[in-house]
Design a protein around this ligand. Structure first.
Ligand SMILES: O=C(O)[C@H](O)[C@@H](O)[C@H](O)[C@H](O)COP(=O)(O)O
Ligand code: SF4
Length: 621
């Protein structure tokens, strides 16, 4: 259906899920909005603070900025003061996606002044690269680094001298952390600012093949390092459709970006102009103009739109945790039943690695987020009547930005798919349902991303091998103990056990076994990377083993059936035997090793207080 035809009415399931979320969230959402109104109805930044507070806040500012923001020119009150923008920056040199952000604040300050406003870096937030920490102890800090980022965002904005905010960040836990933090200052108009993906290097498929050869000892470290470095070769986000790029897609669908900014590569003039446009956009929604505070933009319909966008693109399984936490931060309560109900009706419109062989640069070239949002809007899967950071509403997010000859931005409708092997219309999707499934059964509730799993691997029934760590599985694989049909259970990987690391390093050995024709699957209370895919994996099993969940009762040899079509995960043990089986306890050496070293001690309270994965693994409620 092209953008010229009238959009369909909202899909009944989207409407029903939204209605039940609104009803379930009423008490918490109304309390949230009451708090927002109180904060929004105060005087502007500099006027509401004491003189000493103001002097401290702006002491380091150039005089001209100081006049703009305080309205004071020496002792004379000047006319209308400008807005003061708070910048929260996740820049560091470790994340290729964040390295370009180093100089964004200077660009933002210059643009703000052109509009009589000012901008200050309110604070920096930490950012972990999951690619660097994958398979190492550092990964046990990854999930909770999200909440540390939210806290750092709050520390930054708590200076309370801002009229709006810009959030500079892209990757996995960083956007969720920034969003959680920003929503606790829901009275501030806020726009997210990315830097875009790196250009395409060695393809993700090629990289995966060389990893599997290395797992079998067929290539050495020099060849593997050369391949990895050819894949990850420059500034910008990695080009697979993992958690970071899923963040970008969701921010577009939530209307929290400059339209179409997600996947424009760094280092181009248009990228700089898009950053300047973010300044113009956030100033355009401050109190003086079209007031759109983030706490009002992110309402139940906006959250449902994000869920739909995730499902339509086979996005990262991590968002089944993060977006629950993001929604809670706006007083909105969602759960995996909501995702599951939407997944049953939302069509899969994209095939981007690991859900296909294309990368995000090819996704952008084929139509990108603008194409997907237009298709979902016209087919009635997205709420059209939502507040966004742009005056044209969500329809503005169905276009692709480019630079005119004079450098000014222009947007053109995404048009038809430029490559139907990458993006397809809602009238002819890759699959009639979304890429994520909720599994239930006597092992607890878990999720699986089926969009990246070959059709003949959606049902796996096999005896299991139980591992208390990912290292133990690697050891068994290297000792050739897994050359048969097997379901690998890796437990003690939940939020309370060890911070719920991603177990993505298990993909190559399990993919080798699958490639040999064995029927294999992974079952874990841990997470996988958004870049994980082709091996069937039931993940986020809740309740986790360390909280007395059923994985603590599984024994080597138990037959397990993972059935993504029936949406079940079952251990096939006689109920009478199963019910009387004792719970194993986390091995003492593991508990002793867990949480010690590499700063993990500092996250003990996060582990202790973490809610379940299905509750967003929130640590602040
Ligand atoms: O959720 C994600 O998308 C991952 O955490 C991703 O950010 C991480 O970097 C992967 O580890 C990358 O994949 P490789 O480890 O295969 O390079
Ligand atoms: S996408 Fe993952 S690996 Fe790439 S920069 Fe971001 S966190 Fe690091």
């Amino acid at each position: 259906m092209s953008s010229s035809s009238a959009p369909n009415a909202l899909h009944p399931t989207v409407l029903a899920v939204t209605r039940r979320i609104v009803e379930r969230s009423a008490p918490t959402r109304s309390a949230y909005l009451a708090q927002l109104e109180l904060a929004a109805n105060r005087k502007p930044g500099a006027d509401r603070m004491g003189c000493a507070n103001v002097a401290h806040a702006f002491a380091a500012m150039p005089d001209a900025d100081k006049t703009r923001v305080t309205g004071l020119d020496k002792l004379k009150i000047v006319e209308e003061k400008g807005a003061n923008i708070g910048i929260v920056n996740a820049y560091n040199d470790l994340l290729s996606a964040h390295a370009p952000l180093q100089h964004y604040p200077d660009l933002i300050k210059v643009e703000a002044r052109k509009h009589g406003a000012t901008a200050q870096v309110a604070g920096g937030v930490p950012a972990m690269c999951d690619g660097v920490t994958q398979g190492t102890p550092g990964m046990e800090l990854s999930l909770f680094s999200r909440d540390a980022i939210a806290m750092a965002t709050a520390v930054s904005l708590s200076h309370d001298v801002f009229d709006c905010a810009l959030m500079l960040g892209v990757c996995d836990k960083i956007v969720p952390g920034l969003l959680i933090g920003a929503l606790h200052f829901g009275h501030l108009p806020t726009v997210f600012v990315p830097a875009g993906p790196m250009t395409s290097g060695l393809s993700n498929n090629e990289k995966g093949k060389i990893r599997e050869k290395a797992a079998q000892g067929l290539v050495g470290r020099p060849e593997l390092l050369a391949a990895e470095s050819a894949a990850y070769h420059g500034q910008g986000t990695c080009t697979f459709y993992g958690t970071a790029n899923s963040n970008q897609m969701l921010l577009e669908a939530m209307g929290l970006h400059v339209p179409g900014t997600a996947f424009i590569n760094p280092g181009q003039d248009v990228r700089q102009e898009l950053t300047r446009e973010a300044v113009r956009t956030v100033l355009g929604i401050t109190k003086a103009k079209r007031f759109a505070p983030i706490g009002r933009v992110v309402d139940e319909r906006c959250i449902v739109n994000a869920m739909v966008a995730l499902l339509a693109t086979g996005g990262s399984t991590n968002h089944l945790i993060h977006w629950v936490a993001v929604a809670r931060s706006a007083g909105i309560v969602i759960d995996w039943n909501d995702f599951s109900a939407l997944s049953d009706v939302v069509p899969l419109l994209t095939r981007v690695y690991p859900n296909g062989s294309a990368d995000v640069n090819q996704f952008q070239a084929a139509g990108g987020p603008g194409y997907v949002i237009r298709e979902l809007l016209d087919a009635g899967f997205l709420h059209p009547d939502v507040l966004t950071v742009r005056s044209g509403g969500l329809r503005e997010f169905t276009a692709i930005p480019s630079a005119q000859a004079n450098g000014a931005l222009q947007w053109t409708d995404a048009g038809a798919s430029k490559d139907e092997s990458v993006v397809r219309p809602a009238s002819a999707p890759f699959s009639a349902s979304g890429g994520l499934k909720l599994l239930k059964g006597n092992l607890g509730r878990s999720v699986i991303k089926v969009s990246a799993v070959p059709d003949d691997r959606h049902i796996i029934e096999a005896p299991c091998r139980v591992f208390d760590s990912q290292e133990a599985l690697h050891k068994a694989f290297s000792a050739n103990e897994l050359n048969h049909d097997v379901i690998c259970v890796v437990r003690w990987q939940g939020p309370q056990a060890n911070g719920m690391p991603e177990l993505h390093k298990l993909t190559p050995p399990l993919a080798v076994l699958q490639g040999k024709g064995f029927r294999v699957a992974l079952v874990t209370d841990g997470r996988m990377s958004g870049a994980s895919g082709k091996v069937p994996a039931a993940i986020h099993v809740s309740p986790e083993a360390a909280a007395g969940g059923p994985l603590a009762k599984v024994l080597d040899g138990d037959v397990i059936r993972l059935d993504a079509n029936a949406e079940t995960l079952q251990v096939l043990v006689d109920a009478a035997v199963w019910d009387t089986r004792p719970l194993a306890t986390m091995p003492a050496d593991l508990r002793a090793a867990n949480g010690i070293g590499m700063g993990r001690e500092l996250f003990a309270n996060f582990r202790r207080n973490a809610l379940t994965a299905e509750e967003g693994a929130c640590t602040w409620f």
